[in-house]
Design a binder for this molecule. Sequence first.
Ligand code: SF4
Length: 705
Amino acid sequence: TPDSMQPDATTTAVCGYCSTGCGLRVHMKDGEAVGLTPETKYPVNMGMACPKGWEALRVLESSDRATVPLLRGLDGQTREVSWDRALQFFTSRFKGIQKTHGKDSVAFLSTGQIACEEMAFLGALAKFGMGMLHGDGNTRQCMATAVTAYKESFGFDAPPYTYEDFEASDCLVFVGSNLCVGHPILWERVLRNRNQPQIIVLDPRRTETAMAATQHLQLLPKSDLALLYAITQHIIVAGLVDQQFVAEHTSGYEQLRQHVAAFTPDAVADQTGISAAEIRRAAETIGRAGAASLWWTMGVNQSYEGTRTAQAIINIALLTGNIGRPGTGANSVTGQCNAMGSRLWSNTTNLFGHHRFEDPQHRQKIADCLNIDPQLIPQQNGWSYDRIMEGVRKGEIRGLWVVATNPAHSWIEQGDARELLDRLDFLVVQDMYHSTETARHADLLLPAAGWGEKEGTFINSERRYMLHKRVKKAPGQALADFQIFRAIAHYWGVGEMFSQWTDPQAVFRIMQAASAGTWCDITGIEDFQHIDRQRGIQWPWSADSAADGPPATQRRLFADGHFAHPDGRARLIVDDLTPLPERPDEYFPFFLLTGRGTVSQWHTQTRTSKSPVLRKLYPQQPYVEIHPYDAGRLNIQHGDQVAVASRRGRVTVTAFVTPTVARGQAFMPMHYEVTNQLTLRHFDPYSKQPSYKDCAVSLQPAAAE
Ligand code: SF4
């Protein structure tokens, strides 16, 4: 580095990609970031970072950054306009639609990528200021199942663990989670475990995580619920239930015992593809472990029976007393950097901080915290993402405001999703880039600052509030989402309502007031500097915790066996299996699995594709993984072009022949635009989360088409 570029200061910020929440030391020169390194003292990552984190600054410099508002004219062309013109247009179009079609005819789709304070602002502005009833986050695509499962089982959406549990377990069970790739730094925490733990992986693919497992149960796709019930059944018959814990802290045991009685290991062997001996061995390994922890991610959440599958995992933790102790837990690992913040503060399917829209006392409390009339708070939940899209189809939703998410790529059954976006009378996209698939459909594009160009808090998977900071200027006229919301409040005519919402820290204080007396109480946090000094603070952190609680790095929930239901007991919840919506058949004989393909790309590649380093680490052309047996049968060679077709679409991709997928299955990473042209629009009935991993496809050499 030349002397003129030598940093003159450093600061710590948290990474803005995944929910791990790695601390990054940002090197500054004259107040601008010039480089970064992983933060060695951050308790999450301890000096480690994956390639995305290392490249976090580079992606801010891309030539397709949105730097000025763009408005589409009657000729279909977009033109640069001033912020004043853009916000006048935003206001007049949305108000006009509301006047003609009713207030509920406009909605918003938000994200797990912006700060808690920005989510809170958007949720309050849209629902209390602009009168929208419907809004949801892209977290519906990744975490809704875990939320629903926790709420029903524990009484509160409360992932109970800390990352130290990775290191303290005797037995780690990963269900539908390729932690190695999805959360590489958390996998490093597993590697720090000195207990020589058993690692059990339930996954249809032989993933990187499965290769490191001591037991890989390579089950047939979508047989996980039956397999988990069989494991539960064997835990019961082998006498491995923690009877005292179950009696004192749970309800529903007898119903569960009767329900799983039919799921003997022998009975489900064919259905799951796992031998009875393997099932018994896994059950006994879990049941006999001193401390077993069970972890799940999208393989469970993105399923049409995801909620019940997550609860089957929770059941096993409860039955074996593996909760509230070091190395234990039924632990959902979140996806996006602030998915946990979205769960608490987006004001979408629960009222600010897990209050209920339906409860008049909750509405009054939040109205008091926000200093607004309680009549402004809707008395019911708004629609979930899938229902908003259906609302567009039915003409109920005419205007949509999309903030930092990319449904034209990521929403299930993409062809349908794009058609719906084009049906809208008015589509506003607020994003860092003007080139996303969704931005290309926008009538109005509002240029937003990105990670590193603004400040606020994220909450990571272990419930840790962390600070991300402004270390660079946003390009051109791009503004922090927070500032855009403030400006919109003013143009909408509700600026007075948000006069106290001057900066993220002011909003954080409002959030603290709203959290008082709840499971996610953060009233003991002093300010942003306190979060920074502590290198993150896990919720709950009430004034009492602040006085004499344990160190913030060692906190886990339910240590006293008291859960959030009124009777203090966790619920053991079981259900019947659901038939697979689209079973492979003679025309579409393969199961298509989708998911994360690499540590070097993120979601729809909106940001990560901007880094030459990250691009180099990953094939630029979309590909499909198929088993060598199937490749041979279909006369497909590694590297050939292959047509992959479902009942929704047909795409041509490169063949990647590998035994890591089983026969009769195929895998395509979600990072490529083509993948969701194939997926089938269906959902978990409880969480409304899309089921991305189970549609039927055909494969053939592209030349044979
Ligand atoms: Fe850490 Fe996730 Fe960022 Fe990688 S993407 S550095 S694992 S927070």
